[in-house]
Write a protein that binds this ligand. Structure first.
Ligand code: FES
Length: 157
């Protein structure tokens, strides 16, 4: 698992790694998020004072990125129910085409494609994902087919 911090505008795109850097957790027996994820802290505000205050609830700024059965997912690393870190969760299939994450704390489940929860109005925040051709000089370990994974906090409507 990789954790990094960044200071930039919250509505900008942020590079979180190459596609090849995300092992498919769907290939593991318990589909746990933690071993195969990347966590990045992207403050919602550019105000250094507010940003410092947010350190108390650092989860509020974190995006959790992982791959499950070939699909990359970027979500808040914070359960909408009671703010438990979702990196501790497990991913599971929803019928034949969907996927969800189960929070380890109280067992609530959230759809990874819609954010919809299985109880009450709580909804998981999903981030936008964009796969881009590598912009840097090839490092010899990854091919040009190994896209960069960029994420952006989804605009609230
Ligand atoms: S904190 Fe996640 S289900 Fe309660």
């Amino acid at each position: 698992m990789e954790v990094s911090k960044e200071t930039a505008k919250s509505d900008e795109w942020h590079l979180v790694g190459r596609v090849s850097s995300f092992p498919d957790i769907g290939l593991e027996e318990k589909c746990r998020v933690l071993p195969g994820c990347t966590i990045k802290s992207i403050p919602k505000t550019e105000d250094p004072e507010k940003s410092r205050a947010n350190r108390l609830s650092d989860l509020d700024d974190q995006v959790l990125v992982f791959k499950y059965k070939g699909f990359l997912h970027a979500i808040d690393n914070q359960c909408p129910h009671s703010s438990f870190p979702l990196k501790q969760g497990n991913v599971f299939d929803i019928e034949d085409i969907g996927a969800g994450i189960r929070c380890f704390r109280h067992g609530w489940k959230f759809d990874l494609f819609t954010g919809k929860g299985d109880r009450g109005p709580h909804k998981l925040s999903l981030w936008d994902i964009d796969l881009r051709d590598p912009s840097s000089v090839p490092d010899g370990r990854s091919s040009s087919n190994d896209k960069e994974v960029w994420v952006r906090r989804h605009a609230q409507v």
